[in-house]
Design a protein around this ligand. Structure first.
Ligand SMILES: [Zn+2]
Length: 133
C-alpha cells in the first residue's frame, strides 16, 4: 500500500482554522441524519505524507518503485523526474505543508483510532483485490 493513495482519507478533520478542527465522527448522526462533527483544539504539524513539501511525485509514476534501468532506458523521463515535473499536490495537507493535530491526549487517541481504522479497511480491501474478489 502506498501512503499517497491514502492521503485524502487520512484527513481526519472536516475543517479547521489552525486552532480548532472539526473531527469527522464516523457512524454518529444527529436527529436529521446529518453527520456530527466534534470541534477539538489542535496545533499545526508538518504533514507526514509529503514531509512538509506540499507536493509529492504522482503515485502513478513510481508507486511500485523505480529502478536504475527505468532511468537509464529513458533519460528524458529521468530528467523530468529529477526536476519534479511529475509532482502533484499533496492530498493529505492539500498542499498547505501542515496538518492539524490534536493537543489533548484523549483526542489524539480518537484520531489515531480513526486513522488505524482506515488503514485496516484499506489493507482488507487490498487483500481482497489481490485474491481477485
Ligand atoms: Zn502533505
Amino acid at each position: 500500500m502506498d501512503r499517497r493513495d491514502l492521503a485524502s482519507r487520512l484527513r481526519w478533520w472536516h475543517s479547521h482554522n489552525g486552532r480548532t478542527a472539526e473531527m469527522v465522527a464516523y457512524g454518529e448522526e444527529d436527529e436529521d441524519g446529518e453527520p456530527i462533527f466534534y470541534p477539538i483544539p489542535v496545533v499545526m504539524v508538518v504533514c507526514p505524507t509529503c514531509d512538509g513539501r506540499g507536493t509529492y511525485v504522482n503515485p502513478n509514476i513510481d508507486r511500485h518503485g523505480l529502478s536504475r534501468e527505468d532511468f537509464d532506458e529513458d533519460p528524458d523521463f529521468a530528467e523530468s523526474y529529477r526536476n519534479r515535473e511529475y509532482d502533484v499536490r499533496c492530498d493529505h495537507c492539500m498542499g498547505s505543508n501542515v496538518i492539524p493535530w490534536p493537543t489533548e491526549e484523549e483526542h489524539i487517541k480518537m484520531v489515531e483510532e480513526h486513522i488505524g481504522m482506515i488503514m485496516e479497511w484499506e489493507a482488507e480491501a487490498e487483500a481482497e483485490r489481490r485474491m481477485g474478489a
